[in-house]
Write a protein that binds this ligand. Structure first.
Ligand SMILES: Nc1nc2c(c(=O)[nH]1)N(C=O)[C@@H](CNc1ccc(C(=O)N[C@@H](CCC(=O)O)C(=O)O)cc1)CN2
Ligand SMILES: Nc1nc2c(ncn2[C@@H]2O[C@H](COP(=O)(O)OP(=O)(O)OP(=O)(O)O)[C@@H](O)[C@H]2O)c(=O)[nH]1
Ligand SMILES: [Mg+2]
Length: 459
């Protein structure tokens, strides 16, 4: 174990709560808490993973600060793999702060954000991808996001990466043998193996990356933009989905002026919805800018919802929007079904497959279920349902996986083109070390600092 100092921090959220926890980790953790805690036994003598009742005292005066329960977890069986003591005191800002203060007076240092988890990594209890997933668990906003992150904390991605690296090392060993003892193996057997194993590895990486888009959506929300002419019901849709009166709805066309943003949750899929100003049909330059703005919003979005007023015939502006949206993931809502239908389905069908068209009356709520079904179908497509699939959700991991994929493609190509085996080996070796960076092999201190500084205090 490293001879680091002993760190302490408040582990629970600040504010009024029933219980608060101060966590201490490091070689002096138990001795330091012993100096300020009086229970039946000295903590130095108690068994690991036991809980003790007693009083916490001010280090300088010996005055009682609070009563509490203390947990002792001895190295290496703890979160950080060091000796860890957790003091559970009363909640509320004053009690927790005073307990932390006395522990700092007794010799601990205030931990930096993420320092407990950083120690768990540096002590080898978890790898970097597991440590990074701890942030995702804390930040998860839906059950599914939480589930995916927790799986990663438990090592799902790490395991995939380790397996891939293992295969690449075996391949490298094979190449080395062929280079060093040419008589031992025929070169083209090795070349074939590079191509075959390389392609299998690329395929595995591809599968992890395929889940990446879903992973990002789970973390950041599906960027959704609502576009359409004035007065068609765009803001009404936003209000319905968010179950708020966030957007102002009136029968005056042009009610929404600025873009509004709202987070909603549809069947466990987080959506960040932008409600845009309606696009008018004029030759006016200012209005043309409106179409341009919508076009930009559509380019940025994961999902575009085009709202039409179904009680009116399709206009040229509607067709423009349908045209732009047809190139992207999109859904068409034909609204105001309660006012009768004047819009031609065949006409919309020229731009959009019928399965993507939903008829609604947002005013009465009719058809919204179908819209939600469609969102769910488009974005989960059964894939998130496979609970054991591994997703890369972290941009750093995704970038590294893309890079490793490229390096492997280069190895395969070099092999196919008949390059010498030592050149092929370089690409394979590169892919192996790129994958290593995902789990924290050979990463620099700067990167670690950057990653762990995103954590909250006490984690
Ligand atoms: N009180 C408390 N609750 C908590 C945490 C904590 O640190 N303290 N956690 C903080 O995130 C989470 C649980 N995560 C944890 C992960 C590993 C170990 C741990 O001690 N692992 C050791 C020993 C396992 C064992 O005894 O079998 C190990 O893996 O070696 C503890 C908590 C959520 N709940
Ligand atoms: N009859 C009927 N009226 C609706 C329906 N949906 C919305 N409306 C009404 O249409 C009017 C315009 O709705 P908004 O949601 O403000 O429309 P918008 O598309 O946001 O309009 P702008 O912000 O002006 O671009 C309001 O009076 C709504 O109550 C519907 O399904 N049927
Ligand atoms: Mg509006």
């Amino acid at each position: 174990m490293n001879d680091w100092d002993t760190i302490a921090a408040i582990a629970t959220a600040l504010g009024e709560s029933s219980v608060g926890i101060v966590r201490i980790s490091g070689p002096e953790a138990i001795r330091i808490v012993d100096k300020v805690f009086t229970g039946k036994k000295r903590l130095e003598t108690v068994a690991s993973h036991t809980v003790h009742y007693g009083h916490i005292r001010k280090f300088s005066t010996g005055d009682i600060i609070d009563e509490g329960l203390v947990l002792v977890m001895r190295s290496p069986r703890s979160y950080t793999a060091e000796d860890v003591v957790e003091v559970q005191c009363h909640g509320g800002i004053v009690a927790i702060r005073r307990v932390l203060e006395t522990i700092l007076e007794a010799g601990a240092r205030l931990a930096e954000p993420g320092e407990f988890t950083k120690r768990a990594f540096l002590n080898g209890r978890i790898d970097l991808s597991q440590a990074e997933a701890v942030i995702d668990v804390i930040r998860a906003k839906t059950d599914t996001a939480m589930q995916v992150a927790l799986k990663q904390v438990e090592g799902s991605l790490s395991q995939e990466i380790r397996l891939l690296r293992q295969k690449l090392i075996e391949l490298l060993a094979h190449i080395e043998v062929t280079i060093d003892y040419p008589e031992h193996d025929v070169e083209d057997v090795t070349v074939r193996r590079v191509i075959q194993d390389g392609e299998v590895a690329i395929e595995r990486i591809q599968r992890i990356l395929h889940g990446a888009r879903h992973g990002r959506i789970l973390r950041e929300g599906l960027k959704t933009v609502i576009v359409g002419q004035p007065n068609v019901g765009k803001s009404s849709l936003l209000n319905r989905l968010s179950r708020t009166e966030r957007a102002i709805v009136t029968d005056i066309p042009g009610t929404t002026r600025d873009i509004l943003e709202e987070s909603v949750n549809i069947r466990g899929i987080p959506l960040t919805i932008l409600d845009t100003a309606g696009i008018r049909e004029t030759e006016d330059v200012v209005e043309k800018i409106g179409v341009e703005r919508s076009r930009e919003a559509i380019q940025d979005a994961d999902l575009t919802v085009v709202v039409l007023d179904g009680s009116k015939p399709l206009s040229a502006t509607d067709e423009d929007l349908l045209q732009i949206a047809s190139k992207r993931m999109s859904i068409v809502i034909v609204n105001k079904a309660d006012l009768g239908s004047a819009v031609s389905l065949d006409q919309i069908g020229q731009y959009m497959p019928v399965e993507r068209i939903v008829h609604t009356s947002i005013k009465t709520g009719i058809g919204l279920e179908n819209f939600e079904d469609l969102v769910e179908e488009l974005f989960l497509g059964g894939q998130i349902e496979q609970k054991d699939a591994t997703y890369a959700t972290n941009v750093r991991h995704i970038a590294l996986l893309e890079q490793a994929k490229t390096q492997l493609s280069e190895a395969v190509q070099s092999a196919q083109m008949g390059m010498t085996l030592d050149l092929v080996a370089v690409d394979v070796k590169n892919a192996w070390s790129t994958l290593g960076e995902v789990i924290g092999k050979e990463v620099g201190e700067d990167l670690l600092d950057q990653i762990f500084s995103q954590f909250c205090l006490g984690k």
